[in-house]
Design a protein. Structure first.
Length: 475
C-alpha cells in the first residue's frame, strides 16, 4: 500500500481541524451479576452491553458508523447501533471500561520495579527533560494517528477498487458498492463534532488515489458549506466515480497533458460522456450523474463538454470541479510540473476567481488554510518546517513540525505559531529545496493523499486510549 513513515522520526502527515471540541463526559455503569462474559476471550453478548464499556468491533472501519472500531460506549444509542450490526458477541476491555466493575489494569509481569542505587558516590541516571518527554509523546501520538488513518484509507481504497473491477461485469452491483462507500464516508463525517484533514504519503500510479482525494475533500467541503445529507451522498458518489469514463479510453490520455495534440485533447474530453453512460448503467442517482457530467465545466462558461456557466451547474458539480482542479495541480501527469499544496491553492485563488464558485473557493481556502497541511515552509527565523495543522481563524499561524538541528537533530519539534507572536512563515517551498538534513527529519512526501480523521461521532467524546480494533482492515 502507500508509503508510511512510521519510524523513529516524525511521520509525513498533517491535519486541519474544524468543528467545536467539547469536554469529555463519561457515564458509568455497573455490571449486572448475570452478565454473560467469557473470561478467556473477554467477549460479551451484545444483549449485555452497558454504557461505559470499552468495546472492540471486529469489523472493517467502513462496516459500522463509529469513528473507530475500539471505543468506550457513551450512551444507549450506541448500544442500539452495535446490536443492529448483527453481532452476537463483541470483545471488550474491562480494564479500559468505566464503573466500579471495571477490572484493574494487569501488570505486564511480576518483576519488581528496579531500585535506584543510593550508595554514596553513585551517580543517578539523568532523568529525561520534560520538554523531551512532551515532544516524544506528541510525535508518538502523531504516528499512531497516521497509522490509524492509513488503515482506514486503505480500506476505503480497497472498496473503490472492488467497485471499479465490478463495473464491466456487474454495473448495478458496482453502483451499489460505490453508494455504500459514499454512505459510509458521509456517516462518519456528519456524526462528528470535529474532523481533521490528514495528509498521507501516496504511491504514484494508483487510480484510487485521485478518486479518494477528490471524493474525501469534496465531501468535507460540502459538509462545511451545509449540504443536506442526501445531497452529500450524491456528491460523494459522483466525486468517487467522476473519472470512470476514462476506462473506455487509451491509457495515454487518462491524465491531461499540456502537450496533448488536438486529437488527444478531443479524445480525453470524451471521458465525460463515457462516464455518464457508465453511471446510467450503474443506476446512479441524478445528482451523482450531474457531477460526472459537469465536473469539467467552469463557472465562466469556459469548461467542457457543454460550456455551462455557474447558473446551469449543480452545487455538487461546482464543488467537485474545484477540488478536482486542486488535486490536478498538486499531482499532474508530469511530476516535475507538480505544485506544492500552497502553490496550488494560491494559483486557484489568484486565477480561478471567475472559473470557480467564489463562495466555495473562499470556504475551500478557509478549510485548507493559506498553508495547507503538508506544506513545506521556511519560518521567519530561517528554520524549515512541515505544516501539521491549521487554525481556520488564524490561517497564517498554523501548527508546524520544525527541523531544529540545535535542539533536536533527529526529530522534528512541534510548534504552534499562534503562541509565537514574533514568529511566522516567510515562504512555502518545494520539498526538493530542503537541505538534506531537513528532508531526513521532516520527510515530506512527494505525492500525497488527503483523507480525514474523525475525533468523535454519535455524540461522544473520544477516549485517550482508543485504538484500532483487531478486526480493522490492514493492508
Amino acid at each position: 500500500m502507500h508509503a508510511l513513515h512510521s519510524g523513529p522520526r516524525a511521520a509525513a502527515h498533517a491535519g486541519v481541524k474544524f468543528g467545536r471540541r467539547r469536554p469529555k463526559r463519561w457515564a458509568t455503569f455497573a455490571l449486572r451479576p448475570q452478565a454473560t462474559v467469557s473470561a478467556q476471550a473477554n467477549t460479551i453478548e451484545t444483549a449485555e452491553l452497558r454504557v461505559g464499556m470499552f468495546v472492540h468491533l471486529d469489523l472493517g472501519w467502513m462496516s459500522h458508523p463509529f469513528a473507530r472500531s475500539s471505543f468506550r460506549i457513551a450512551d444507549a444509542g450506541q448500544i442500539a447501533t452495535i446490536r443492529s450490526l448483527g453481532l452476537a458477541r463483541v470483545r471488550w476491555s474491562p480494564e479500559k471500561s468505566d464503573g466500579p466493575a471495571a477490572a484493574p489494569v494487569p501488570l505486564a509481569d511480576n518483576k519488581p520495579a528496579p531500585q535506584r542505587d543510593t550508595r554514596p558516590g553513585t551517580l543517578a541516571a539523568p532523568s529525561p527533560a520534560p520538554e523531551h518527554d512532551a515532544r516524544c509523546d506528541a510525535l508518538a501520538a502523531q504516528r499512531a494517528a497516521v497509522e490509524l488513518c492509513q488503515q482506514q484509507y486503505a480500506e476505503a481504497a480497497t472498496g473503490w477498487r472492488q467497485a471499479v473491477e465490478q463495473t464491466r461485469t456487474d454495473p448495478q452491483g458496482a453502483g451499489q458498492r460505490l453508494g455504500a462507500l459514499s454512505r459510509a464516508l458521509v456517516d462518519k463525517m456528519i456524526g462528528a463534532r470535529e474532523v481533521s484533514i490528514r495528509v498521507l504519503a501516496e504511491t504514484a500510479g494508483d487510480r484510487a488515489n485521485h478518486a479518494l482525494n477528490v471524493g474525501v475533500v469534496s465531501l468535507l467541503l460540502g459538509k462545511l458549506c451545509g449540504l443536506a445529507e442526501t445531497d452529500l451522498h450524491d456528491l460523494g458518489v459522483g466525486a468517487l466515480s467522476h473519472d470512470l469514463g476514462k476506462l473506455e479510453l487509451p491509457q495515454r490520455v487518462h491524465r491531461v497533458d499540456p502537450d496533448f495534440s488536438s486529437a488527444d485533447r478531443a479524445l480525453y474530453r470524451e471521458h465525460v460522456a463515457h462516464g455518464v453512460t457508465q453511471g446510467r448503467r450503474m443506476g446512479l442517482a441524478p445528482g451523482a450523474l450531474l457531477v460526472i457530467a459537469q465536473h469539467h465545466e467552469l463557472c465562466d462558461g469556459s469548461g467542457f463538454p457543454l460550456g455551462l456557466d455557474a447558473n446551469r451547474m449543480s452545487q455538487a458539480a461546482r464543488v467537485v470541479a474545484l477540488v478536482n482542479r486542486y488535486d490536478g495541480l498538486c499531482h499532474p501527469r508530469q511530476q516535475a510540473r507538480s505544485m506544492t499544496p500552497h502553490e496550488a491553492l494560491s494559483q486557484l485563488f489568484a486565477q480561478g476567481q471567475r472559473q470557480y464558485d467564489a463562495t466555495l473557493l473562499t470556504s475551500f481556502v478557509r478549510m485548507m488554510g493559506v498553508y495547507p497541511p503538508g506544506s513545506v515552509v521556511q519560518l521567519t527565523d530561517d528554520r524549515f518546517a512541515l505544516v501539521d495543522s491549521v487554525n481556520s481563524s488564524r490561517p497564517l499561524k498554523p501548527s508546524v513540525l520544525v527541523f531544529d538541528p540545535r535542539a533536536a537533530p533527529d526529530a522534528p519539534v512541534p510548534l504552534d505559531l499562534e503562541s509565537e507572536p514574533t514568529l511566522g512563515i516567510r515562504r512555502s517551498l518545494p520539498s526538493a529545496q530542503l537541505p538534506r538534513a531537513a528532508q531526513e527529519v521532516l520527510m515530506p512526501p512527494a505525492r500525497v493523499s488527503w483523507f480525514f480523521e474523525v475525533a468523535d461521532t454519535g455524540g461522544r467524546a473520544p477516549a485517550d486510549d482508543e485504538s484500532p480494533g483487531r478486526g480493522e482492515t490492514r493492508h
